[in-house]
Design a protein. Structure first.
Length: 170
């Protein structure tokens, strides 16, 4: 690769607004005079007039998109009473539940809850609630993944912190 074989960059530099009379864009910087559109920031939802029906109001509402709410899929709940039809010491995974017809084939997350009695000893490899965990242990089963593994892992090396320097006096 040579410098003369590189293609020119197509992105144009942004016009610097409000930087003196020689720049051509002074005072209002191409925003016109007054009004909401002339101010610092225009909201994405701004329609221009209160009389116009905002495009945002015409859209269907999307629930659960806040900071503390997820818009993703919630796990499908499976109670212990539905797992008694499985053979003893079977591995309970997402795939095995789909094969047994307990959950739909389109399901991507599942959680086992403790409603009902478990009469068969099973080996669980899916998230399990605390109540279900007690009943699984009572039926002499195993729960290898009681809760999903944490994402964060502590770093193995301790980080070095440089001592603060005193300000120099001149």
């Amino acid at each position: 690769m040579k410098l003369n074989s590189l293609s020119k960059l197509t992105a144009r530099k942004a016009k610097r607004l409000g930087r003196g009379h020689g720049s051509g864009k002074v005072k209002t910087s191409g925003r016109g005079t007054k009004g909401q559109k002339a101010r610092e920031n225009i909201k994405l939802t701004f329609a221009g007039s209160s009389l116009q029906a905002s495009w945002l109001k015409r859209l269907p509402l999307m629930r659960g998109k806040g900071k503390n709410k997820s818009h993703g899929q919630k796990p499908v709940v499976v109670n212990l009473k539905y797992l008694n039809s499985l053979k003893p010491h079977t591995e309970v995974t997402l795939e095995s539940l789909k094969k047994a017809g307990i959950i739909d084939s389109s399901v991507s997350k599942v959680k086992i809850l403790g409603d009902g009695e478990l009469k068969v000893a099973l080996d669980f490899k899916v998230p399990v609630s605390k109540g279900a965990l007690k009943k699984i242990e009572k039926a002499k089963g195993l729960a290898l993944s009681a809760t999903p593994p944490s994402v964060r892992t502590p770093s193995s090396k301790p980080q070095k912190v440089a001592p603060a320097k005193a300000p120099s006096k001149k």
